[in-house]
Write a protein that binds this ligand. Structure first.
Ligand code: CMC
Length: 434
């Protein structure tokens, strides 16, 4: 970390001596105050539930400017990465290695990922242990964690080559596992990966082909899926990424760490929001019901939220939502679904919410999940699998962040402290005195 000459002085009104703390500058974004010596010097902790003001690490992977609505992977705007024709694996290479690949590096990377797409044949028996109606996220938490029991040859986190191999295995095998989870849920045979197809085309093939008839890959739909993957590939220190880092900080193996990330992503406030946004649209049902729904959202006691709106960091239109909206048009046009009622409802809801004082004053804008559910539904992906697709896309981000953490000399096991508000020490009373 670059040291800075600037310092912050913290003084107290309770008689404790004041303390000077260094301030570090990032390349862009807010400065940070280094409070690591605070407890030693003052006996006090900081209090920041939800990490509203806390930078838990330094990172050079992804940068978000929430006010501007800007998202950069390794400095490159998400719009350029999504629109300039580069595919998902190009973004993967960038996130993992810091630079875009040249043609030769790209080919080598694609070949390596492609050669790792199959999972151990034994994995099928894990799937068979699940009920057919199990939620795919529970299946993925289990099966991704289980990968650790197959790849003992890449679990030494202190070996750079092992880390590299695990990273490739995770990125390559996630589509296979997600497609297997889907096939299992509908009682169809698992489909082996095809190495002559691109990453996204192969995923569509494993999802939608069956042994009874040929499957024709639709390039427009493949491009749409590829864009979903690019847009979800990384997003700075969000809840699941922080979970991966925290799990990894103890030295846990990468498969276990990514399984932890998947568990966190499952929650409706995070990755589960695209599923929740689509269910919400289905529940609203018609443009006529929007006004009543918005009233419920504004009523704090109703517990109803406008899913797919609002973001901890973006206080402007989520740049990914704009791109996803564009993809939504492309996919619906390709499939002749321009008049899709849910899409029309979403557009009407977005318009009303963007003009409503409640949302405007709170800077609540559509996030990527507002549109990604509609696109995925049009691609034929069942609602319950939406968060699984998010996990598939985010695996590269989790892995890149995990690798960055392991190589950071300042890395320590994550161990937050607390403000204890429970009972001070007391004696256990006899049973008849309780
Ligand atoms: N609908 C209605 N009101 C909302 C919403 C919403 N979706 N989001 C925030 N608010 C209100 C909230 O009630 C609060 O109002 P008040 O100031 O009157 O108490 C105000 O806006 C500030 O919200 P907050 O809860 O302090 O914001 P947060 O940063 O803690 O929450 C969020 C961010 C994403 C959890 C929240 O906006 C939300 O639950 N949105 C819906 C779920 C969703 O779409 N999540 C996907 C996030 S994007 C995908 C990803 O990157 O993982």
């Amino acid at each position: 970390m670059t040291n800075s000459e600037t310092k912050a002085t913290l003084s107290f009104s309770d008689g404790s001596p004041s303390i000077e703390m260094p301030i570090y500058k990032g390349s862009i974004g807010p400065d940070v105050i280094d409070i690591r010596k605070l407890y030693g010097a003052t006996g006090k902790f900081t209090y920041d539930p939800g990490f509203m003001s806390t930078a838990a690490c330094n990172s050079s992977i992804t940068y978000i400017d929430g006010d501007k609505g800007e998202l950069l992977y390794r400095g490159y705007p998400i719009e350029q990465l999504a629109q300039n024709g580069g595919d998902f694996l190009e973004s993967c290479y960038l996130l993992l290695n810091g630079e875009l690949p040249n043609a030769e590096q790209k080919q080598k990377f694609v070949d390596t990922v492609t050669k790792h797409t199959m999972v151990h044949e034994q994995m099928q028996f894990f799937f068979r242990g699940f009920r057919r109606d199990a939620h795919p996220m529970s299946v993925l938490v289990g099966t991704v964690g289980a990968l650790a029991s197959f790849y003992h040859d890449s679990l030494d986190i202190n070996d750079a080559h092992h880390r590299e191999v695990s990273a490739i295995r995770l990125i390559a095998k996630m589509p296979t596992l997600v497609a297997m989870a889907y096939k299992y849920s509908i009682g169809q045979p698992f489909v082996y990966p095809r190495n002559d197809l691109s990453y996204s085309a192969n995923f569509m093939y494993m999802m939608f082909s069956n042994p009874c008839e040929p499957y024709k890959v639709n390039e427009v739909l493949v491009r749409a899926l590829d864009r979903i993957l690019i847009l979800h590939a990384d997003h700075e220190q969000n809840a699941s990424t922080s979970t991966v880092r925290l799990a990894g900080s103890s030295g846990a193996n990468p498969f276990a760490c990514i399984a932890a990330g998947i568990a966190c992503l499952w929650g409706p406030a995070h990755g589960g929001a695209n599923e929740a946004a689509l269910s919400m649209l289905e529940e609203i049902g018609s443009v006529d019901n929007i006004a009543h729904f918005i009233e419920q959202v504004k009523d704090k006691n109703s517990g109803v939220k406008l899913m797919g709106f609002g973001h901890r960091v973006y206080k402007n239109y989520d740049p990914r939502a704009k791109l996803m909206r564009e993809t939504c048009y492309e996919v619906l046009n390709e499939l002749g679904l321009q008049d899709d009622p849910l899409f029309k409802l979403a557009m009407a809801l977005e318009k009303i919410a963007l003009e409503d004082e409640y949302f405007v004053s709170r800077k609540l804008y559509p996030n990527v999940d507002f549109y990604s559910g509609i696109v995925q539904r049009a691609l034929g992906i069942p609602t319950a699998l939406f968060t699984g697709i998010f996990a598939l896309a985010r695996t590269v981000g989790w892995v890149a962040q995990w690798k960055e953490m392991i190589s950071d000399p300042e890395q320590k096991i994550g161990r937050p402290r607390q403000l204890f508000v429970g009972s001070p020490q007391r004696d256990v009373p006899d049973m008849d005195k309780r």
